[in-house]
Design a protein around this ligand. Structure first.
Ligand code: 4AD
Ligand code: MG
Length: 463
């Protein structure tokens, strides 16, 4: 007999003479009437299927002590409409085959709820909890919806390199990739001789696929990347990972307004998709993680994002009676507290801040006519803060060269990037969306470490 997934059985309306399910026992309850209730889960959905096992069953007494929380088994039986509360269908067991036991003394996931901090220490077992099952199903669905969104709009999915020689954000927060022996580095005139390294030059893990994305947008018009990104910044916050996934669309012939339109449409599309296609898991988050999450997502879907310039944002902040730990003046970077104040208190919805001072943004952003600001935009969500950063790109060769030099970058390393401005340059724009921040916002989870299977953060890459 072919194994059925629990989700498919729970969705059925008719009874079936014989079914086979396989999964892990979540709980077991014994009844005085000579039978036990076994709650079985196989991860196909949040709900368990209830199995009723008569103690008179052939090998039940033999297995009895091994049917414990965490054990793994295959169960055959009859699928029937449940007479009890809480489930539509249940299985009257006709046979049990035990695959793996889980000793009740040592298996950590017993009935009590564990803290997320503790669960991070058992990252190999936490997927077997309701919360992590739900988070990973939503994460997977969102990844699918991202591909669908861009595919439907004729974007080409592009894989940009993970090992790179350029620092896209120019912030120097890169993990180096080398096969040189740190205890015995080859040197020429006191400096490390990277000519002897694996690639013959200094290489790192990418912080963004944007620059390579621009190459392909300059030929295919609309592309997007969706891949792992690495940042060696020492940020120990609930919104930062050292290894995270980023979605980066890049579009020829888009100006900043087009870019902001796409970003807003994209976020709303993903929220709608999660509500429609992950309703069981979303109900769970709404009950157990954040009681306002469904309402919040719906409110965002139904309303326009507020768009304001950086200069307007600064004025708003200066006029407010709020005391901030970081003082506000034109030219300063917006801190999380400023971003949250604007989106949570002032506008009570997502905001897009654009036209930032040139000095606090990356070299590739298009300089405005005022010579002081660049066509950058950040999408900020209430509670979370920045989810998207993007810009129109500088397509003028001379201006870009000057911005690069001002930023202390060596144009020699970026000759190919400059070439895009020498041959058939085009106005173009793009943005990057942090995938884990998206999952975090949609699920209402407090900490970004709990929405990625294996979080990497400063001093933590164990597993
Ligand atoms: O704003 P960022 O640094 O922008 C770029 O990398 C551009 N090259 C994107 C582009 O225009 N193609 O990063 C983009 C997004 C942020 O808004 C945030 O959501 C996420 O990536 N992000 C992080 N997420 C988790 N952990 C970190 N350390 C992150 N750093 C950025
Ligand atoms: Mg940013």
């Amino acid at each position: 007999m072919k194994r059925a997934k629990i989700k498919d059985l729970l969705d059925r309306k008719e009874e079936r003479q014989e079914v086979l399910v396989k999964g892990w026992v979540r709980t077991r309850r014994d009844s005085k009437g000579g039978f036990s209730f076994i709650e079985l889960n196989d991860g196909s959905c949040l709900a368990n299927i209830q199995v009723i096992a008569e103690h008179s069953l052939k090998n039940f007494l033999e297995l009895d002590k091994q049917i414990t929380t965490g054990s793994c088994m295959a169960i055959t039986g009859k699928l029937v409409i449940s007479q009890g509360k809480g489930q539509k269908m249940e299985i009257q067991s006709a046979g049990i085959e035990l695959y793996g036991t889980a000793d009740a003394e040592t298996f950590p996931l017993q009935k009590k709820r564990h803290s997320f901090e503790y669960l991070r220490e058992i990252a190999h077992l936490r997927p077997r909890t309701n919360t992590f099952g739900a988070v990973m199903r939503v994460r997977s669905r969102l990844a699918y919806a991202i591909h669908q969104f861009f595919n439907d709009r004729g974007f080409v999915y592009l894989n940009t390199p993970i090992i790179t020689t350029s620092d896209c954000e120019g912030a120097g927060e890169m993990f180096q990739v080398t096969t040189l022996d740190p205890d015995c580095l080859p040197k020429v005139e006191g400096k490390i001789d990277y000519a002897q390294d694996f690639f013959g030059e200094k290489t790192s893990l990418t912080v963004s696929g944007q620059l390579e994305g621009e190459i392909y947008a300059s030929a295919l018009s609309d592309i997007y990347t969706f891949g792992p990104t690495f940042r060696a910044e020492n940020s120990n916050t609930s919104r930062h990972l050292s290894e995270f996934w980023m979605v980066e669309p890049e579009m020829a012939f888009y100006d900043l307004d087009d870019d902001m339109d796409l970003a807003e449409e994209f976020i709303k599309y993903l929220f709608v998709d999660a509500l429609e296609n992950c309703s069981e898991d979303m109900e769970f988050f709404n009950q157990r993680i954040d009681k306002t999450i469904i309402e919040t997502l719906q409110h965002i879907i139904d309303n326009q994002f507020e768009r304001l310039t950086y200069t307007e944002a600064i004025q708003r902040l200066q006029k407010s009676k709020e005391t901030f730990s970081y003082p506000v003046e034109w030219g300063c970077a917006l801190q999380a507290e400023h971003e949250r104040y604007l989106s949570e208190i002032v506008f009570k919805k997502p905001i897009i801040v654009f036209n930032y001072p040139e000095k606090i943004k990356s070299f590739y952003m298009k300089l405005n006519k005022d010579d002081k600001t660049v066509r950058a935009m950040d999408v900020l969500l209430p509670k979370l803060g920045e989810i998207i950063g993007g810009s129109q790109r500088e397509e003028n060769y001379d201006t870009l060269l000057k911005r690069m030099k001002d930023a202390g970058l060596d144009p020699k390393h970026y000759w190919w990037y400059l070439d895009l401005r020498r041959f058939g340059t085009a106005p173009h724009s793009g943005f990057g969306l942090g995938f884990e921040r998206l999952v975090q916002f949609v699920t209402g989870m407090e900490n970004i470490r709990d929405v990625i299977p294996f979080p990497r953060t400063p001093k933590h890459a164990h597993f």
